[in-house]
Write a protein that binds this ligand. Structure first.
Ligand code: HEC
Ligand code: HEC
Ligand code: HEC
Ligand code: HEC
Ligand code: HEC
Ligand code: HEC
Ligand code: HEC
Length: 359
């Protein structure tokens, strides 16, 4: 790891305190500031992370580019008309039955691509009945809420979150918003920040900047086995155990990558070549080129008529069909039943034409 000697080290303590207090302030840009304060010493990890979908897993409406690009979003569903209208920095979610209208300000946008809004109606939190989907560039019923059949205008607003649900949503999509299972919106920072994955890193930064050394450096996550990494990422992407316990079956479980990957014959909990971070740098945007992933497969699999890679597992065979674009055939795209979102199946396998989705 390259550690630069930042000019920040020369700052007087008072300024430093301002910097740190500032980094924990509750605003969209605070995340960038927080990352910027790590950047002096960890540039490679800090540059892109605040702009990735994880870094933007929750956005405040004033900073949400969706609303700038779409000042008015509208859809009619049965007797109800939904509108999301943005004027200046305020975005309002409304539903009307033609006679009465309920209008609520949007405080929190969940998701960077597809978006759902968590709404506050009379002190209770609701998941918006309508969400934005890039695949149709418009509104449609929130995934999972298709079964709801609202009988009143209040019910048409959205699904009332169960008791522990708000803390769960904010716990996975933002940082420092949940303590001992309770939601604390005053300290919530939008998105998954450095501190969420590297617990104790802010304390480490303060100690470092104050010249107290780096003994308090947070644990090096690169040392996790691929099984432990699956569980670490699975805290949010869902672990194998959570999915099995939850009994989720059929194509909707394709979004739970740790579960799907564990079911693949390629998976070996002790082999770092099949760890989430072998294929994904959590500090960078998702790589989408086939050739990038080919190198990951070919760390274990030989090419036809070629020598196997170094320390290849003895049962990892060569493909009789092709020598590139491995993921395009063996990690097929699977649509959720509502047809609005697509995921890549992490149960790496031979896909027989016409075969059903394996659970
Ligand atoms: C003034 C420089 C400095 C700042 C600012 C700083 N770090 Fe560090 N960090 C270091 C040094 C030096 C190490 C290596 C310590 C060691 O090897 O024992 C380190 C280690 C780490 C490690 C462990 C990596 C490993 O290889 O063990 C993580 C994770 C980390 N820092 C995250 C952060 C985060 C997140 C921030 C911002 C909140 C931050 N650091 C701010 C200097 C800094
Ligand atoms: C604190 C919760 C959390 C943890 C821990 C977490 N993620 Fe995520 N991740 C998210 C959320 C939320 C999103 C979705 C954001 C969205 O779609 O708007 C996401 C999205 C992603 C994406 C998709 C990016 C894209 O362009 O679509 C990848 C890849 C990813 N995470 C990989 C990882 C890996 C690898 C780990 C473990 C090292 C990990 N995540 C750990 C919450 C988390
Ligand atoms: C256990 C962690 C976890 C919880 C709890 C959670 N999410 Fe997510 N959410 C994720 C991850 C990881 C992704 C990205 C992968 C995916 O799309 O499944 C995501 C994706 C999303 C997206 C992007 C679109 C989509 O469906 O992929 C939206 C919107 C969203 N979540 C809203 C919510 C809301 C609202 C709640 C609370 C009712 C919530 N999430 C609860 C982890 C979580
Ligand atoms: C979604 C979880 C996640 C987030 C968010 C995250 N990291 Fe990491 N980080 C990891 C994992 C996992 C590793 C170990 C694997 C790797 O190096 O990619 C790691 C490794 C590191 C390392 C050690 C690199 C090395 O070569 O040893 C540093 C330093 C670091 N991260 C800094 C940061 C900073 C700064 C931020 C915020 C801008 C950040 N991380 C955000 C998960 C995360
Ligand atoms: C052998 C390589 C490989 C491993 C290991 C791997 N992934 Fe992926 N992942 C991919 C590919 C390929 C894509 C699709 C990229 C694209 O969009 O072209 C992807 C996409 C994703 C996405 C975006 C949504 C989707 O499904 O299309 C998320 C989130 C994700 N991976 C999370 C994870 C997590 C968490 C782990 C560890 C349990 C993991 N991945 C392990 C290859 C891998
Ligand atoms: C950690 C090493 C490793 C990595 C990385 C890896 N594999 Fe594998 N893969 C294996 C092993 C070992 C087997 C054979 C296991 C068995 O037969 O029980 C296997 C089996 C397979 C099979 C046959 C599965 C079946 O259902 O019969 C396919 C197809 C496959 N791998 C494709 C891929 C592709 C594509 C990638 C990259 C996206 C990849 N593998 C990455 C180790 C790996
Ligand atoms: C055009 C689609 C396609 C692409 C691209 C592709 N494969 Fe395959 N692969 C297949 C099919 C189909 C089979 C099953 C062949 C059979 O059973 O006769 C297969 C079989 C395999 C097997 C099982 C071999 C065995 O003897 O059991 C492995 C491993 C594998 N592929 C790995 C890879 C890797 C690694 C890549 C990239 C270098 C790759 N594949 C690219 C379609 C593809």
């Amino acid at each position: 790891m390259r550690v630069l000697k930042p000019s920040i080290l020369k700052l007087p303590l008072a300024l430093l305190v301002i910097l740190i207090v500032h980094t924990s302030a509750r605003s969209q840009s605070s995340h960038e500031n927080a990352a910027a304060s790590c950047a002096g010493c960890h540039a490679a990890q800090s540059q892109e992370q605040p702009h990735t979908p994880m870094g933007m897993g929750l956005q405040l409406p004033a900073a949400d580019p969706l609303f700038t690009a779409h000042p008015v979003l509208k859809i009619q569903k049965g007797p109800y008309t939904y509108t999301v209208e943005t004027k200046g920095s305020s975005s309002i979610y409304s539903v009307t039955d033609g006679t009465r209208t309920i209008s609520l300000p949007i405080h929190w946008s969940f998701g960077k691509g597809a978006q759902t809004w968590v709404l506050d109606m009379n002190g209770e939190l609701y998941e918006s009945m309508m969400s934005y989907y890039p695949s149709i560039d418009g509104l449609q019923v929130t995934t999972g809420d298709e079964v709801l059949d609202p009988k009143t205008l209040e019910e048409a607003v959205g699904r009332k979150l169960r008791k522990t649900e708000p803390a769960d949503c904010f716990g996975c999509h933002s940082t420092n918003g949940v303590a001992e299972g309770n939601l604390h919106l005053q300290t919530m920072e939008p998105g998954v920040t450095c501190e969420h994955c590297h617990t104790g890193s802010v304390a480490h930064m303060i100690a470092g900047l104050q010249g107290q050394g780096y003994e308090t450096a947070p644990p090096n996550l690169a040392k996790l086995t691929s099984e432990d990494m699956s569980n670490f990422c699975g805290r949010c992407h869902r672990t194998w155990a959570t999915v099995v316990r939850g009994g989720t079956r059929g194509p909707i479980d394709v979004r739970f990558q740790p579960y799907r990957l564990a079911n693949s014959k390629c998976f070996d909990g002790a082999d770092p070549r099949i760890s989430c971070v072998a294929c994904h740098d959590p500090h960078k945007s998702l790589a989408t080129s086939q050739s990038y992933y080919d190198t990951k497969c070919l760390a274990c699999h030989a090419l036809k008529n070629s020598a196997p890679p170094k320390d290849a597992p003895s049962d990892a065979k060569a493909c009789p069909v092709a020598t590139s674009n491995c993921a395009s055939c063996h990690m097929p795209e699977v649509k959720l039943p509502n047809g609005l979102m697509t995921f890549h199946d992490h149960e790496i396998r031979v896909v027989k034409p016409g075969s059903s989705y394996p659970n």
